[in-house]
Design a protein around this ligand. Sequence first.
Ligand code: ATP
Ligand code: MG
Length: 736
Amino acid sequence: KRSQVPDYLEGLNAEQRDAVESLDGPLLVLAGAGTGKTRVLTTRIAHILNTKRAWPSEILSVTFTNKAAREMKERIGRLVGADVESMPWLGTFHFIGARILRRHAPLVDLKSDFTILGTDDQIRLMKQLIDAENIDEKRWQAKHLAPLIDSWKNRGLFPKDVSPAESAGFANGRGAALYAAYQARLKVLNAADFGDLLLENIRLFREYPDVLADYHNRFKYILVDEYQDTSVAQYLWLRLLAQGKPASAANLCVVGDDDQSIYGWRGAEVDNILRFEKDFPGAKVIKLERNYRSTGNILKAASSIIAFNEGRLGKTLYTDVGEKGEPLSVTSVWDSEEEARTVGDEIENYQRAGEALNSMAILVRAAHQMRSFEERFITMGLNYRVIGGPKFYERKEIRDAIAYLRVVSNPSDGLSFERIVNVPKRGLGDSTVQMLYNASRSAEVSLLAATRMLLETEELKPKQRTTLRELIGQFDHWSAQLQREEMPEEKELRTIRSGIPHWELAAQILDESGYTAMWQADKSPDSPGRLENLKELVRSMEEFDTLGSFLEHISLVMDRDTLEAEDAVSIMTLHSAKGLEFDTVFLPGWEEGLFPSQRTMDESGRAGLEEERRLAYVGITRARKRARLSVAQNRRINGLWQSAIPSRFLDELPADAVEVTDTGSSYGGYGYGGGASSRFNKADPFESVYETPGWQRARAQQASRKSAGPMTIDGDLVARSVDIGNDKSAFTFGER
Ligand code: ATP
Ligand code: MG
C-alpha cells in the first residue's frame, strides 16, 4: 500500500498532509511563517490534478504576486508533470479579475480590450474631473482623492453605497458624486482601474447570475494564499465564487498567518480570517507549527518581536532546522552610505565563500532607502535587481512608448492619447488638447473619435488640423498592421501579406512618430539610458504572443522579470518580500520613524505600530540562515540630516540570539545607565569606553539631545542624564 503514496506526499508532516488531502469542504490553514502553507497549496493542486478530480482549467488559485504565480506553476509542473500553461486561473486577484472581466466586458459597459489604468493615469483623470466639477483644487488634490476612491473600492463600495456622512467629508461634500463621475468617465475611456478589476466582477456576478453560475460550474476548487491580506472586496468576490455549493460544502481552501498581515493600509482586513469560520460553518481548521525555513535563532528573534503585539490569534512555532545557527547581527553605522558600504562588503565576503547572490536580499522599509545601496553596488560592480522599486515600467520613456502602443491597441484610450499627442512636440498645446477634451465630453465619445470629428469642422486652426490629421493617419496605419498580426485565422496569410510582429511594429512606431529622434536629439546625460530602455522594452515584447497580452502583462506586473535569470542580489521593500525566502537577509534602517514608520503610527496609532511590528516579523522570517540588521545614527530624510533613534523593535529582540557590532566610525562618547559595563576614563572622558550595545548607546545619544540639564559625575564632569523610557536612564558626555 505504501508504495502507492505519490512522491509529492512523501516528506509532508501529518498536518500538512491532512491539509493536502482534505479536499472536500471549506478549509482554513492558519500557521506561522515558513511552516509550508504555500507548499501545502501547491501540493494540494498537484494532488487534485493527480487524482483527476479536476482539470487544470477547473482550479482557481490566487497568489499574492505574479512571481509567486509563476513559481507555483513551475512547482506543480515538476510535481505532476502537468501542462502548467493550461492553468489559466492561477494568478493574482488582479490577473484573474481582469481575465474574467475581459470575457464579459460588454455586460459592464466596457469593451474587451479595455485599458487598465496605472496610478498616474488615475490621478490625471481625477485632475480633469476636479477641474470639470469646479472643486477647489488646492483643498482637494487629485493625488489624495484617487486613493480615497481606491479605498472605497477595496471595501467593496459602489458610488451608491458610500454613506452620505462619508461622502460629505470629501470634495466639497460631493465625494460620492465625484466617485460616480469618475466611474462614468472610465467607461467612456474604455478603461478600468485596479479596484474595478474586482469591483466590476462583483457587479457582474450580482447582476448576471447565469454568468456566475457558469463560474460555479467551472471552478471545482478554489485556493487562496496569503489570505490574511485579502480586502473586503476580495473576500466578497471569493464568497460569490464559492457560493455554488452550500457554504459548508464549498471547496474553498485559504491559507494565511495573522501575524503577517501587512496591507491594512491598503484595505486588507485580518478579520477575514475570523469571518471565514462564520461564513463557512464547519470549516476545517488546520494549524501547522513546524517551521522548515529558518534556524533557531532567527525564529526565536521573530517570535520574540511579534509577542509584543496584543491583537493576535496566537500560534506556536518550532524549528527542526537543527542548530540555533548564527545569531542575528545588529550593526550600528554612522549613516546610510556607511550602511551600504558595510552591506556591500559583507555580500562580497559571502560571495567569495561561494554563496550565490540570488540567495541574498536587502529588505527596506521605505523605497528611498534603496538609492544608497544601488549607488554603492554600481560602484562595486555588484549585480543587483530592484523588485517593486522605482519600476522600469514607470519611467517616462517607457510610459510614453506604452501609451503609443495602447492607442494602437485600444483607440478609445483617451488618457494614453493625451499623453503622447504632443510628445514629441508637434505644436499641439494645452488649449488644443482642451478643445479635443471638450468635444469628447460633450459628444461622449473617445478622445480619438472626437479628434476625427473636429477634423471635419473648421474649429481647429489649419496648422493644427494638418498635424492632427497626419497623426491620426499614422495611428490608422499602425493599427491596420496590428490587426493583421493579431487575427489568428489569418496566421498563415500573414507571412504572405507582410504583416509584421508586434515588437517590430513597436520599433516602427517609435521611429515613425519621431519619439526615438526626440531622445537622440536630447543632449541631457540620461537620454542614452532612455534609448537603451526603449530598446530593452522592444526586446522584452518578443516574449509575448500578441500586443494585447504584452500590454496586459505590463499593466499587471509589479516587478521587472526580465533580469531574473542572472545571479543578483535582490533589493526590495519588506512589503513585496512577503512569501519569499533567502539564505541571507539584510534589514537596514531599523530606526524610529523609519521603522516603525512615523507616518503609519501617526495615521493608525497602536494598530499602526502593530502592523509595523508584523512587518518586522515578515522581514526576519524571510531568512533561512542569517538576518543582518543595521541601524544608522544619522539619516537624511527629504534632504535633511536627522540623528536617528534606534528602533524600539531592536529592544524587543532576545539578547541571547543577537550579536551587536559597531563599525567603529561612530563617536563612542555615550554611556548607558542600565547596568552596562563602562570603562570610564577620568582623565579624558572623551576617551571613555562604554561596552554597551550600539543601538542603546545611540538611543541614549538621541535622547540626550532632547532633554536638558547638565549634571556632574565624580565631582568634576559635566554630563547629562536622560530618561530614555522603559524605566531606564542614560548619561552622555562630550558636551564640551
Ligand atoms: P510564509 O508564511 O513565509 O509564506 P509558508 O508557510 O508559505 O511561509 P513555505 O514557503 O511553503 O512556507 O515553506 C517554507 C520552506 O519550507 C520552503 O522552502 C519549503 O519548501 C520548506 N518546506 C515546507 N514543508 C516542508 C516539508 N514537509 N519538508 C521539507 N521542507 C518543507
Ligand atoms: Mg507562503
